[in-house]
Design a protein around this ligand. Sequence first.
Ligand code: SF4
Length: 418
Amino acid sequence: MKKLYPVSLGCPKNKVDFEKLLALLLKRGFQITLDPEVADVFWINTCAFIKPALQESIDHILELGNLKKTYQKLIVSGCLTARYRDINLKELFPEVDEFYDIEPYKYFSENEPVERVLTETPFYAYLKITEGCSHSCSYCTIPQIRGPFRSKPLELLLSEAQNLIKIGIRELILVGQDITLYGKDLGMKEGLVFLLEKLSFLDIPRIRLLYLHPANLSLSLIRNLLGNPKVLPYFDLPIQHAHPEILKKMRRPYGPEKILNLIEEIRSLNPLACVRTTVMVGFPGETEKEFVFLLEFLQKVKFDYLGVFTFYPEEGTTGIKLPFQVSYKEKLRRKREVLKLQREISKERLFQRIGTLDEVLILGEKTSKSFYGISKFQAPQIDGLTYVKAKKNFFIPGEIVKVKIKKTSFYDLWAEAL
Ligand code: SF4
């Protein structure tokens, strides 16, 4: 039996590809090991959408390349190989034995597999419902890496979801570059709503959605999502900026009013619904004026959670050629300012949850007197955690428990079981 040492980098979408590949490799007699010393094969599934991610991938290749003995193989797949598919990567990285493009399982199977080997907890899993992107945001490398937008067939997704449920998954997290468009290329109207209806018939207690493009999120879709009891009141709306001119240069087809309307609708239907976003600072042409506009917008909207990127002029994007690039030092200053502001906003938003009821998916024991998990309003890995007071062995990980929120901090919640 050959032993495989896996490394998966980047976003949940990349992780899904890798988990499918691992399931295929296990079927072919491979065994997973977490000890590189005893591995026959090192396999790195890379990320490369911005410079720091690319650097991380390169560091992993060099590190495992150094470690590799003559009888061991190093295989690299994922976004790095896809982004540089026109370059002779073997010449640049002689330590790598084989390169595979994105969706590496496609090299081993004609049909997309529905089995997965989960690499995070056995209690939640990502379900990638779309692939690629046909938008043309001027800073983004994803369309070159992942190709045009396409939806995964409904039947395939239902089988994949059923398999995940069979192995104990309690929360399905739907991901894709823009999941609001699900089914459009398959001729479906309101494809996401239809898919959610079908998924809701399955034995899965909770469904979370990530990446709702603000341009394609409508008021009726919001009402539909909040009307489905299995869909969590959680809106991940990556706005990227708020200033109309910057959004135009980014080629994001919406303005601040549209974002405000969406959030107003969400909060009027459910004041506690979580609204998370990501923003990008230091985009070419962002002067202090546009930056202050963004800060004031964030202060007004008060997102529950927020992630911030600095703009990187990436090869192959139109953003690299735009005039008035912002210095690296200035971008970092702006990033720090956004984070400082958001820290207080998140604290204030979370504080409003004190005394409210919630449901926590228990992920494990923290101490002999407490457990940790994710509430309805926290996506794993990106938002905070909820700690629930209880005696040892009181809960079984994977259980969903009703709680009352007692205390909050900048990101985390503390709760008592009901
Ligand atoms: S919507 Fe824009 S930022 Fe998102 S993947 Fe597509 S091109 Fe990139």
